[in-house]
Design a protein around this ligand. Structure first.
Ligand code: LLP
Length: 403
């Protein structure tokens, strides 16, 4: 059951493969997050790269959160969803002059990621306001591709270059009204967040015009049954206390911002896919190698193939049946196209629907058309009712613009 609807019925109605989101879980997660930080003023800026579906954004807006956008198109979509420009922080990487001009014109908060962009911004928009992304060289225990705040990662301006930020800002009369950092993603160690926070607060005291400090996202969500979640309650209390102390010393109350993406949508999402091919291959050893072959693939959910990420998988047609061990594989032309390896799943038959859990974050948003597979439809479920929030792609969608 997802939000009061049987997964099997959803697939019957909307076909397979299908992304499904549970609206109540998204709302619950945002509200929980808003409660963890006791310091005020505090605001949550949802990192829409996790899941930018317009219907998701409208729920986020309804829950009084803002938006962290990474591209001009994300900014455009956030504006379309009804967010005010000041509720959107634009944290791009290697942005172009056109993107900078667009963001300035749109009036969103611009978070500058490099000294060279700071200089260009200053020349073009002297005497204006901006935010600067600091790289605090703070490590995080997560997959190496998911670490963002160390010297060897491309993001931000090093905390050792604060002097140069100040010089450039002074030269152009710029007011640094925000300082930003983002540690990485899917991090479970609260101390690592606090360590980063200390470096950022130390840098922040160098800027007298601040309105806010933004500590980014990265809050870990458990993907494996029984795995412990990040203790957001105690992290929130520790962070609030530190921020309160910082503001006392700074002489003014600043706004504290955070940018959770995964935390908001991950567990709300499911990728449903029908098994159309089962292979039970007899090996010379006498063992049997089992493959559950789906009508979806790594192009629709890249995380397992890309990071070796674990997504729990259940058989929606036979939830509690006797388990067998199988590799859950996709229909793309890649040996690395798997959604789960060596999984114990209730014994399946062709035609059964598998539910791949925790697929709400970085699922559809990272999907592609590799092998010219059309992307799945997306459905939002609430109180026993489902509604289509994005149509399944068609062949025409895939070839539009080709000559
Ligand atoms: N703020 C900034 C500046 C970010 O770059 C990100 C994520 C977030 C906030 C939100 O982080 P979250 O709370 O969702 O961890 N594709 C990867 C995740 C990449 C995240 C990139 N930045 C994955 O599937 O795990």
């Amino acid at each position: 059951m997802i939000g009061g609807v049987l997964a099997k019925d959803l697939v019957r109605e909307y076909k397979s493969p299908l992304y499904v989101y549970d609206e109540e879980i998204i709302r619950k997660n945002i509200r929980a997050f808003q409660g963890y930080i006791t310091y005020r003023p505090f605001s949550v800026y949802y990192a829409m790269k996790a899941n930018p579906n317009l219907s998701v954004l409208k729920i986020v807006k309804d829950e009084m959160a803002g938006i962290d956008a990474v591209s001009a198109n994300e900014v455009r979509l956030a504006l379309k969803a009804g967010f005010l420009p000041r509720q959107i922080i634009y944290t791009g990487s290697n942005i172009t002059d056109e993107e900078m001009d667009f963001a300035k014109e749109a009036g969103v908060i611009i978070n500058i990621d490099s000294l060279s962009r700071l200089e260009k911004f200053g020349i073009r928009y002297p005497n204006s306001e901006l935010c600067v992304r600091i790289n605090p060289n703070a490590k995080a225990s997560t997959h190496t591709h998911l670490v963002t705040a160390t010297d060897d990662k491309k993001f931000g301006v090093s905390y050792r270059e604060i002097g140069r930020i100040k010089e450039t800002a002074k030269k152009h009369g710029l007011r640094v009204i925000g300082v930003h950092a983002h540690l990485g993603t899917n991090i479970f160690n609260a101390e690592e967040f606090i360590y980063m926070m200390d470096i950022i607060l130390d840098s922040a005291k160098e800027f007298p015009d601040l309105h806010f400090i933004d500590f980014g996202g990265g809050y870990g969500v458990s993907y494996k049954p029984g795995e412990k979640n990040l203790d957001m309650g105690s992290l929130g209390r520790a962070a609030s206390k530190r921020f309160e102390d910082f503001c006392s010393a700074y002489g003014r109350k600043l706004e504290l911002k955070v940018e959770p993406g995964r935390y908001v949508v991950c567990e709300a999402g499911y990728l449903l896919s029908e098994i159309n091919t089962i292979k039970r291959r007899m090996l010379p050893s006498g063992d049997v190698k089992v493959f559950y072959g789906l009508d979806t693939n790594m192009a629709h959910l890249a995380r397992p193939a890309m990071y070796g990420a674990y997504h729990h998988i259940i058989n929606a047609d036979n939830v509690d049946g006797e388990a067998e061990t199988a590799d859950v594989v996709g229909n793309a032309c890649e040996s690395g196209d798997f959604l789960g390896k060596g999984r114990k799943i209730a014994k399946a038959h062709e035609g059964d629907v598998l539910a791949i859990l925790n697929a709400g974050a970085y699922g559809y948003s990272m999907s592609s058309n590799y092998n010219l597979f059309a992307r799945p439809a997306e459905v939002m479920v609430k109180g026993g009712k489902a509604r289509l929030i994005r149509k399944r792609e068609t062949f025409d969608d895939l070839v539009r613009g080709m000559e």
